[in-house]
Design a protein around this ligand. Structure first.
Ligand code: ADP
Ligand code: DP6
Length: 339
């Protein structure tokens, strides 16, 4: 029996990944850039054993459906091939993040799964190899291998992975406040939403042109430690991504009236002199980027409009971490080789 455990934090994209050019390999249409955060994470234990007759997937203590397990099995198959192992697996995952609510559970979930399997099977994959592997589970997961800023470079199957963005530790001066509007699972998953947008949105070509420019702008902002430039491009990029969904067929939006109220509130706080900018993902929740030195004042201003329980403060999170398990991981996987 081979067992491994890992923790991965969620990351929020400041320049969004929105669209695939290869659905099976999960190759993106554009580069994206994110910040890994400490507020939400996943811990996953992977156990591979000869006596298991099928893969089983438990999320938050509940055995998942055949369809959800099939998705995990497809990912495990990649690892089994890499490890030359044919054992079935038991996956036990705990999300310390609402699942499928636009708070990036797929990023922390698949990165933690990649890490747990790497530990269990003693694969000793490098960060780049782990990122490449996690990408094949969920695109955004490839960025959660790293703490701080990470850029997912489009590449080809072999070269499409995230890398750390040099920042001279500037991310330690930044905060993100999550405004929880709704933590229930959304109607349109990121996967389905981006597919529909790529296939039908007349705004999609414009998105790709803009995203490429925004990436250059944000990297310069990070180099210059220019918070205004970082915030402006973050907010503008999210708005452009969300605009593409309105021109899809059939049109859809992840915004709710409360999301609009939150965006408006952020603009007002900014006009009052506190620098802060919003971003949103595939769900109604709004995330507010600000500098640590202003976080308490901004939290206070937000509390005038939202309940305390709706506001979650996050700082920079660390990269994928191996956690101890009862049975230490094997040094080699030779005994596991059946094929
Ligand atoms: P989110 O905004 O939470 O990332 P998505 O729709 O992009 O929402 O992804 C949600 C999907 O991610 C889930 O339906 C599931 O397939 C996968 N997922 C979430 N958490 C985990 C986990 N801990 N382990 C494995 N897969 C997970
Ligand atoms: C809006 O990574 O969840 O959060 O690759 O299909 O699993 P799949 O999609 P996923 O999409 C994330 C979309 C986003 C933007 C981002 O995180 O870059």
């Amino acid at each position: 029996m081979y067992k491994g455990k890992a923790r991965a934090y969620t990351n929020i994209a400041l320049i969004k990944y929105w669209g695939k050019r290869d659905e099976a390999l999960i190759l993106p249409m554009n580069n994206s850039l994110s910040l890994t955060l400490d507020a939400f994470y996943t811990e996953t234990t992977a156990t591979f054993a000869e006596e298991f007759t099928e893969d089983r997937f438990f999320l938050d203590g509940v055995q998942q459906s055949k369809a959800a397990t099939k998705k995990i099995s497809a990912f495990l198959d990649l690892i089994r091939t890499e490890a030359n192992c044919s054992f079935s697996a038991l996956i036990n995952s705990q999300n310390f993040v609402p699942t499928a609510a636009g708070l990036a559970s797929s990023a922390s979930g698949l990165a933690a799964l990649a890490g747990a399997c790497n530990e269990a099977l003693g694969l000793h994959l490098s960060s780049e190899e782990l990122s490449r592997l996690a990408r094949k589970g969920s695109g955004s997961a490839c960025r959660s291998i790293y703490g701080g800023f990470a850029e997912w470079q489009q590449g080809t199957d072999a070269t499409s992975y995230a890398v750390q963005v040099p920042s001279d530790h500037w991310e330690n001066d930044l905060s993100m406040i999550f405004i929880l509007i709704n933590d229930q699972a959304k109607e349109v998953s990121s996967r389905d939403g981006m597919r529909r947008t790529v296939e039908t949105s007349s705004f999609y070509a414009g998105w790709l042109t803009a995203a490429a420019k925004d990436l250059v702008t944000i990297k310069q902002a990070i180099t210059d430690k220019d918070f205004t430039a970082l915030g402006k491009v973050t907010e503008a990029n999210a708005l452009k991504m969300h605009a593409t969904t309105l021109a899809a067929q059939p049109p859809f939006t992840y915004w709710s009236p409360e999301s609009l109220r939150a965006m408006d509130c952020v603009r007002q706080i900014r006009q009052q002199g506190l620098p802060c900018y919003f971003t949103m993902d595939a769900g109604p929740n709004v995330k507010v980027l600000c500098q640590k030195r202003d976080e308490q004042a901004i939290l206070q201003a937000l509390q005038a409009n939202f309940a305390k329980e709706q506001l979650i403060l996050a700082h920079v999170g660390s990269g994928l971490t191996a956690l101890p398990v009862n049975n230490p991981a094997p040094k080699t996987i030779k005994e596991c080789r059946h094929v």
